[in-house]
Each structure stands twice: as structure tokens, then as C-alpha cells.
Design a protein. Sequence first.
Length: 354
Amino acid sequence: MSQWTDRRLLDLLGIDLPIIQAPMAGATDSAMVIAASRAGALGSLPCAMLSPEQIRHEVQVIRSATHNPLNLNFFCHQLHPVDAERETRWKHALQPYYRELGADFNAPTPVSSRAPFDETACQLVEELRPEVVSFHFGLPEPALLARVKASGAQVLSSASNVDEALWLEERGCDAIIAMGYEAGGHRAIFLSEDLNSQVGTLALVPQVVDAVKVPVIAAGGIGDARGIVAALALGASAAQLGTAYLFTPEAKISAAHHKALRSAKDSQTALTNVFTGRPARSIINRVIRELGPVSPLAPAFPRAGGALLPLRAKDEADFSNLWSGQALRLGVEKPAYELTLSLAEQALAQLHRR
Ligand SMILES: Cc1cc2nc3c(=O)[nH]c(=O)nc-3n(C[C@H](O)[C@H](O)[C@H](O)COP(=O)(O)O)c2cc1C
């Protein structure tokens, strides 16, 4: 398919389709990456919840299945010192649920695992040489970023408003993901903590396109070919889709998450910090309704999640994060390869009908 008029990102990353299968920590493994990549999209492996050995293994599996470009995705949040008093208050807020579900309140609180990009991750990038590295929550420290770029990787990161996009461009990002308010999972937000600074995709994408010189990737609420065509019309060079890929059999999500995605309405997601301490869009469940959506008690990212783990083990539907974007009703159950091809074919058909 060579009929795409804006080839900036396609040529930069060496991909055939202006589609990025979004990295989704906890939901994406090599199977989804391989399927999307074989279809011509950019396959993205989320690394924030994987150990170095797991990353190495997943990359090996992907490389043995396809030689197409690969995106490794990392978080680069600042780790805050542990605030013991806040952690205690948070656990006490959860105590009634521990009692109700018969979870052991006095057992040590498990630690939630989401690691920021560090020396070990940087060495992995240098070893594994992905063609693309994408970051969430800003960028790593300059020395590490310089090494990622020196490895030959194209660097992407997500911006949730124009200030963040300019900040990323100034520091050398090769393309910017404009992540609208509608998006599922964690907000990219990193220059402030004010959720009023978050802009919807339709408003965000053209303003970012006007502000930066590098190619822009639209993300958030893009659930089908119409969304891709709209993103391209707004000046984006590609679209990154997350929630749409949660409906594929390759998505590694719980039965409860699966069920919620299929039954929730567009009006039933919220930005919440109760699962990790950072704002993220999830389908609304009991813990969000009763303690959130935004709780001042939740410890800083990613520690809020630890105290929820024993509850989640008892009741996945009510106590686990059910990440989803607002376009969930557009989801269709198709394997990731077929989904990617049909999105591209339908988008091209719509573009050429104009
Ligand atoms: C389940 C889930 C997990 C996610 N995890 C990550 C992640 O690990 N890294 C990241 O950069 N973005 C993550 N995101 C954001 C997606 O990469 C993408 O930007 C977003 O899903 C786009 O919006 P949409 O869900 O409306 O398509 C996640 C999103 C979801 C739904």
C-alpha cells in the first residue's frame, strides 16, 4: 500500500502503514507486536512491567518472526521517596475491602512494579537495537537519551498538550505522539499535575502539528478507519491505537477486563489515580466509584497499586485497572493482523472517496 500522501513517518520509521499498534503494559506481548508488524504497522512492545530477561526473550521471539521495525516502549517517571504515612493512610482507606474480601490486612504490602528507564534499560536498548524507542511521561535524563539516539533508534514520546510537545521536540524527539484526553491507560502528562491541562484529540493534534516541525502521531479515541482518516486530515502523519487492539485475541487481559470492554458505554470511563498514583483512563468500577476517581490519599506512582494487589487477587472486576479509551464501543473482535489490514484498507478507501 503506497498510496499514503504523507510519508514522513513511514519513511522515518521504515513502516508501510500510518498505524502504530500502541504499547500497552500488561496487555501487549510479542504476539500482538508480531501480528501488527507483519501487517505493516509499527509494532510496539511495552517494557515498563517486564524484567530485562523478559524483554530480551520477547524481542528474540519478535525478531525470529519478523524483520520489520520494532518499537520498545519505556516509562520515564521520577521515583518519589516512599511516604510511609501516606501509604498507611491509603491502606487504611482500603481496610474495609480487605475485611469484606477476606484478604490479609497485616501481611506486608506488595510493591507495584513499573520501572523507569535506567542504566540497565539503556544497556538493553544498546544490545537489542530496536529501530524505535518510545517513552511515556517525558524523556529520560539527557545522558541516557543521548545513548538511545546514538544506538540508532528513532525516539518518540507522548505529549498531552502543546507545551509538552515543544519540550519534547527541543530535546530531540524524532516524532511526537499527541495523546488526547480520550486515550486509554496512563496520561502522558509530565510538565504539570493539573488535569485541566489535558486536551482532547481533535483540538490537540492540529495545534501540535502547527507548533512542531517533526511528524506528529495522533492518539486517543481513534477506534476505526474514520478516526485514522480524521487524524490524517488534522495533519497527523499516523495514528496510534490502543483500545482497538484490546479487542484482539492477542491482548493479554483478564476475563474481567475483557467483559468490561464489551459491556461498558462510552460514558463509563474516568481518569483515575487509584490504581497507580498517576492519572489513567479506566472503565469505572467499584474502587473508582467509592474512592476516586481521583483520591488525595493514593501514594505516588507506581506505589498506590501495591495495596490493591491482594484485593485484585480476590475480585478482578472491582479492584483492578480496566484501562480503556473513550472509543471502546468501536471495538471489533478481530485478530491483530486482520484488524491492522482492515483499518488501513478502509482508511485508504475513505481517503480516495473524498
Ligand atoms: C491497557 C493500556 C495500557 C497502556 N500502557 C501504555 C504503556 O505501557 N506505555 C505507553 O506509552 N502508553 C500506554 N498506553 C497508552 C497507549 O499507548 C495509547 O497511547 C492509547 O491507548 C491511545 O488511546 P486509545 O486507547 O483511545 O486508542 C496504554 C493504554 C492502554 C489502553
